[in-house]
Write a protein that binds this ligand. Structure first.
Ligand code: ADP
Ligand code: MG
Length: 256
């Protein structure tokens, strides 16, 4: 069954249409990369999936549900931002725990406050600690829980950002050019890290890059995008050997 399903998505900014009816079915657990030149609409499409941007036409389904009416945080997705956006004054443990503590607050804020008591704070903190430790162990950062972000390497910081996303138990991770700020050597190393993370977690990854080498080495399937259209969606091997369009061949660098 497909995990994320896009049906005829269009997007206008003012009079300009930047997405021209994109349809795509992303399978449960797959690593799907949207690749294409700068300005072709990748980030806009990813933001529409995440609910950070509203499409002009078409619909998004996640699992069995239409999510068009849902706010970003109700879509069960995790967007991992390029800047990592960790809180510099909090240690790793507290950074990962942020969504768990926020969920609890937002739940109680919705109830009438008069006459209500917050339930067992200690018990809740124990549950939070258990969850944070388990996620940190999965990511091999269990030994870094007391450190501040400034004391971590780029790769470790990214794992913390992923950990903070994981505690919300997303059905898919969305990543928009997460490696574009890194130097070439670290970028190659991080490709392998992200691919390994995907294998470990076994959840759907929707990854955006303008770098065709990155797309071809990391993905189960690649969706090649140009000027607001998907030109081809296939395995890297298939795209390389059987490009459907001269623009795909040129972008990927297939043999002539
Ligand atoms: P990519 O991520 O592939 O580089 P984007 O999705 O960022 O492309 O942008 C696609 C097109 O939409 C570009 O022409 C860009 O200038 C335009 N665009 C993106 N965001 C906005 C916006 N908020 N307002 C107006 N135009 C935008
Ligand atoms: Mg972009």
């Amino acid at each position: 069954m497909s995990q994320v399903s896009l049906h005829q998505i269009t997007k206008n900014f003012g009079a300009t249409e930047v997405l021209h009816g994109v349809s795509l079915d992303i399978q449960n657990g797959e690593f799907l990369t949207l690749v294409g030149p700068s300005g072709c609409g990748k980030s806009t499409l990813l933001r529409i999936i995440a609910g950070l941007e509203r499409q002009t036409g078409g619909s998004v389904r996640i699992g069995e549900r239409s999510v068009d009416h849902l706010r970003p945080r109700d879509r069960d997705l995790a967007m991992v931002f390029q800047s990592y956006a960790l809180y510099p004054h909090l240690n790793v443990f507290d950074n990962i725990a942020v969504p768990l503590r926020m969920r609890r607050l937002s739940f109680y804020h919705r109830l009438p406050l008069i006459g209500r008591v917050m339930p067992g704070r200690a018990a809740n903190e124990r549950a939070i600690a258990e969850e944070v430790r388990s996620v940190a162990d999965t990511l091999d950062i269990g030994h870094l829980l007391d450190r501040k972000p400034g004391q971590l390497s780029g790769g470790q910081r990214q794992r913390v950002a992923v950990g903070r996303a994981m505690v919300r138990r997303p059905v898919a991770f969305l990543m928009d050019e997460p490696l574009s700020n890194l130097d070439a050597k670290l970028r190659v190393h991080m490709r392998a890290e992200i691919a390994q993370l995907h294998r470990r977690l076994g959840v759907t990854f929707i990854y955006v890059t303008h770098d065709q080498a990155e797309a071809m080495t990391m993905s189960d399937r690649v969706a090649v995008m140009m000027d607001g259209d998907l030109l081809q969606v296939a395995t890297p091997d298939d795209i390389y050997r059987n490009p459907l369009d001269i623009r795909v061949a040129e972008f990927i660098g297939s043999p002539k």
